[in-house]
Design a protein around this ligand. Sequence first.
Ligand code: NDP
Length: 478
Amino acid sequence: MNEMTSSVIRARNPRTGQVDYTCPAFPASGLDALIAGLRAAQPGWVTAGIDGRATVLRAFCTALAARREDLLDALLADTGRLHESRIEADAAGVWVDCWVEVAPRSLDTLPRDTGLAGITGTAGFRPYPVVGVIGPWNFPLALGLMDAIPALVAGCAVILKPSEVTPRFVDVLQAALDEVPALAAIFRVVRGDGALGAAIVDQVDMVCFTGSTRTGRLVARRAAERFIPCFTELGGKDPALVLEGADIDRATSALATGATLGAGQQCYSIERIYVPRSLHDGFVAQLAAKVARLRPNWPDPAQGHIGPITFLPQAEILRRHLDDAIERGARIVTGGAIETHGGGLWCQPTVLTDVDHSMLIMREESFGPFLPVMAYDSLDEAVALANDSHYGLSAAVFGPEEAAQAVARRLDAGGVSINDAGLAPLFIGSPLVPEKTAFNHSGLGGSRTGADSIRRFVRKQAILSNPATGPSPWWFSL
Ligand code: NDP
């Protein structure tokens, strides 16, 4: 596990188990000055306009792309994964282009007729001066930039605090920032622990938080006390429903990936599967055969499929969920072990049957490559089981299009993939897909997707102008 003293972060490498990296933690005592600097620089960033900001952000993306190999090395050491790190490393440029394209339309300030006595209304959009972005360890780069980029395009200054568990990639990000001083003045990345995160929430004008529901609740509470907007994207226990008539070969292939990408350490991972009783045995056999072919990405990170457990305490949660399931009668069809390679821990992708909702593995976020499969007898029962959760991040439905669409509309989940698993995470942060919000305890606040989600970062003004020269009809006659 990472250890932190008041001034140093020591990071464990999940592939070796060794603490092989140290860096200074940003001192909380320096936060006042840092945020004052951001506040001072932000009006100039607004004045640059969207085009000016786009030029600066594109220069940053070029500087980052030139360091792609260093970035991949750092992300590999941080998370233990290469395949997923490539996806992360290539996202920044795409996000900048998308947001720069849609921002002028989403932040359009053309005057409009109000329909009231000739009065015109003009929208005013005033960026929040300083936005705090606090991110988790599982996709450390993407889950920071995903909010930071639209905030910067909107005209905000940003302070980003990634998790202390995955600090290495910040060196590369900072090197790219140093090459673009205009951005470095309004985008600061600081490394530190949860206390630093809490101190940031105490000072910024708006906060975007991605992480656990437990910490999200603390952040939201503090933000409420300060009357600042808070957007939280939190944990999940995402269900997949297989319907009668589904293409079982497709469903099992999609789920074998959708439940194990990132070694299941992603909020949008499929963590429970419901199948009609008549299809159950054949489905489980196919799913288990495919899942058994997934290999750890050891010793060569470019080979295999499953990365190590990034954050050591997570192994304890995985073991507890498995033990609890087995104690309550679940059967492991394939997998079931946490292996040690080098000094790191790899969780085998695990298919289980004979599960029910008394088990932790069906109720609590596991954050691992588990695929528990439960049989159902009616569609109503399947929908009720899928919705029997305090989470509501995403879901998947497999079946004939019309039936699957109808079921999707009954699910308490913000993003629903049909005949695929994990489409929602591919598109989070994208302005090009419909808006979606987290349901239940998976988060609070406006959508991260959709063109208008950039409006999260601005305060809205209604500027109403009366062109009349005579008295207004609602005035007192004086
Ligand atoms: P945590 O909630 O533990 O931490 C998230 C971030 O918050 C870290 O940077 C952490 O710092 C910081 N933090 C800790 N305490 C505080 C505090 N009191 N105030 C402000 N910030 C604080 O989450 P994890 O890092 O463990 O991430 C895993 C969780 O994230 C899972 O539940 C997962 O589902 C969720 N997640 C949600 C996503 C979504 O889009 N919905 C996407 C990805 C993950 P530090 O780590 O340095 O202590």
